[in-house]
Ligand binder design. Structure first.
Ligand code: FES
Length: 109
């Protein structure tokens, strides 16, 4: 099965509970790969949309699936192992321990 070709008018911003993490590009094959590259702690097993282990709540935004997921999902959930963002995407994941380069701006009084 071939993956769909994705083109973006603007690289989607992936956020963790409102904190910007990265600009998604096709450099990473999946959302999970992009999250792991930034050291986001996210559990996964099958990495193919079967087990549901990576199920993540979406606070806002949308994704598209590279392969049809077999795990059951609620309307506000996604499977990062087999999807990519199609617009800015805010995930209900902790940023603790993650490499958050877009946030490294200090406010000086
Ligand atoms: S790791 Fe199994 S569905 Fe994502």
């Amino acid at each position: 099965m071939s993956s769909p070709t994705l083109t973006f008018n603007k690289a989607p911003i992936v956020l963790l509970r409102g904190e910007p993490l990265l600009l998604y590009t096709t450099e990473h094959r999946t959302l999970l790969a992009a999250l792991e590259a930034r050291k986001v702690s996210i559990f996964s097993e099958c990495r193919s949309g079967f087990c549901g282990a990576c199920k993540t709540r979406v606070r806002s935004g949308a994704v598209t699936y590279l392969t049809t997921p077999l795990a059951e999902l609620q309307a506000d959930e996604c499977l990062p192992c087999c999807c990519v963002p199609t617009e800015d995407l805010d995930l209900d994941l902790s940023s603790e321990g993650a490499d958050m380069p877009l946030l490294r701006v200090k406010h000086l009084a």
